[in-house]
Write a protein that binds this ligand. Structure first.
Ligand code: BG6
Length: 491
């Protein structure tokens, strides 16, 4: 028998911009992802815009904004995979029915900010947008599937990005809080579980991963830490308002959870590893779970001459808006070393030295179920808050043969990670949910590819936008159904 709670929330996760499509329907405004082109394993995704009347583009990590003065624009000679994505906007009933067939207890989805406020701010929300998500939540409830809702998942409104640049402007806080308040009020009886920002720590983490070996300026660190501070304040204010609107809400943070290991027994590597945990993981976790900056924050800021705009009111807001649970994505571990490394991990988002004990996916991500157990136990010990693994999975190329996908590699990956969670639970971790990433194939956030598939459900669409969009259950679909029915025992 597995050790999971009787009411354990098994399910899957997606994000609005990666599944919905209908990017300009129902009164929706443009978001930054709507001007993002497709990339590949070797070439980045670009944000396209005009600057001084001329077409231009910039490569950027998810969550980044436009250069100053730029006007986001869509060009005919570029391909934007999120415009149609997998057309969940029109097919959500069919998709939710398939989730229900697997026995999902929960479905993590995000709301597209620009469906609610086309320009990101204002006093009148867009009724058609509100109605869409109401229909989705009601459809989930019909099957007793608990919605788990991310308020902001890598898709800032384009109008705000043009106005403020990005989250390094304080103006973003009010816009976000206004939007979150509308969601809490509107869906207070339909949604109990909320996450404020997807992978909030990515401002620092992805900046470092995208710029490996290129040297990052103090200015870039200043920018990333300031962005984070305003997001912390926005998140805390939303948590406080959410609790006022419905005291039963469980509102969580969401961290990109990468387990770091020292690359060698060299004490310098041990310390460097500790500092990687502090900078990339605990810095955000501590502010959101403990309501204040950790003692090592000053060291981090001083290392890069960072001086932040933090007011007394901000500090009071952080204290008043602590999250109720710690949620995170987990895909891989990472090796931290102070030594020159010959064998580097390579791929999108991968960093550090290659770990000789682990296998790497086609995109260079280290498969490491033990790292998930380690992460759960370490973090639970730090905060003693309920935890959820809200993303985990294997991005792989699937072969469709005679209407079937035999994805035993995906089953193996998920099986090992569920076993790792089970061990963590046996070791005392209060784990409440597991939502595998991209439970239905969707557009990759990192590369914009469709061919990087995570789903239990195959979607007929390719990297250039061809395909019928037909849905087909893979072998893993029937396997996960068994896992859920047995509450994690029949793996
Ligand atoms: C997480 C994001 O970082 O990883 C998701 O929250 C993303 O949006 C997922 O899709 C997998 O990454 P990718 O690049 O393979 O889509």
């Amino acid at each position: 028998m597995a050790n999971f709670r009787k009411d354990f929330l098994w399910g899957g996760a997606t994000a609005a911009n990666q599944v919905e499509g209908g990017y300009d329907e129902g009164g929706k405004g443009l978001s930054v992802t709507d001007i993002q082109t497709a990339g590949s394993l070797t070439s980045p995704r670009y944000l396209t815009y005009t600057l001084n009347g001329k077409k231009d583009k910039i490569a950027g990590a998810p969550g980044e904004g436009l250069p100053k003065g730029a006007k986001g624009a869509i060009f005919d000679d570029e391909y934007y995979p999120n415009h149609v994505a997998i057309d969940f906007y029109h097919r959500y009933k069919e998709d939710i029915k398939l989730f229900a067939e697997m026995g999902f207890k929960t479905y993590r989805l995000s709301i597209a900010w620009t469906r609610i406020f086309p320009n990101g701010e204002g006093s009148e929300p867009n009724q058609a947008g509100l109605d869409f998500y109401r229909r989705v939540f009601e459809e989930l409830r019909k099957y007793n599937i608990e919605p788990l809702v991310t308020i902001s998942h890598y898709e800032d409104p384009l109008a705000l990005s043009e106005k403020y640049g990005d989250w390094s402007d304080r103006g973003m806080i009010d816009a976000y809080v206004n939007y979150a308040k509308v969601l809490f009020t509107e869906y207070k009886d339909l949604v109990k579980y909320w996450l404020t920002f997807n992978e909030i720590n990515s401002a620092l983490l992805l900046m470092e991963m995208f710029n490996q070996g290129r040297g990052i300026s103090d200015e870039a660190y200043q920018h990333a830490y300031q962005k984070l501070h305003y997001q912390f304040v926005a998140s805390a204010k939303a948590v406080k308002i959410g609790h006022e609107i419905n005291p039963d809400f469980m509102i969580g943070n969401m961290i990109c959870g990468i387990a770091n290991y020292p690359g060698s027994p060299d004490p310098k590597d041990i310390l460097a590893n500790r500092y990687a945990w502090e900078q990339n993981i605990h810095y955000c976790g501590d502010v959101q779970c403990k309501g204040e900056y950790p003692s090592f924050a000053k060291r981090l800021w001083n290392e890069h001459n960072v001086s932040l705009d933090i007011t007394d009111q901000d500090l009071a807001d952080l204290k008043a808006g602590k999250v109720d649970m710690y949620t995170f994505s987990y895909y891989m571990s990472n090796m931290v070393t102070t030594h020159e490394v010959e064998d580097k991990a390579s791929g999108n988002f991968s960093a550090g030295a290659k770990n000789p004990y682990l296998k790497y996916s086609d995109w260079g991500w280290a498969t490491d179920p033990t790292g998930l157990q380690y992460y759960l136990e370490l973090i639970y010990d730090r905060y003693h808050l309920p935890m959820m693994v809200v993303e985990n999975g294997l991005g792989a190329v699937d072969k469709l043969e005679d209407g079937k996908v035999h994805d035993d590699y995906r089953i193996d990956y998920l099986r090992q990670h569920i076993q790792a969670m089970d061990k963590a639970v046996a070791n005392g971790v209060d784990l409440r949910a597991y939502t595998t990433w991209g439970c239905i194939d969707c557009v990759s956030a990192g590369t914009g590819q469709m061919s990087k598939r995570y789903g239990f459900i195959y979607v007929d669409r390719d990297d250039e936008g061809h395909g019928s969009l037909e849905r087909l259950p893979k072998d893993s679909f029937y396997w996960y159904k068994k896992v859920i029915a047995s509450n994690g025992s029949d793996l």
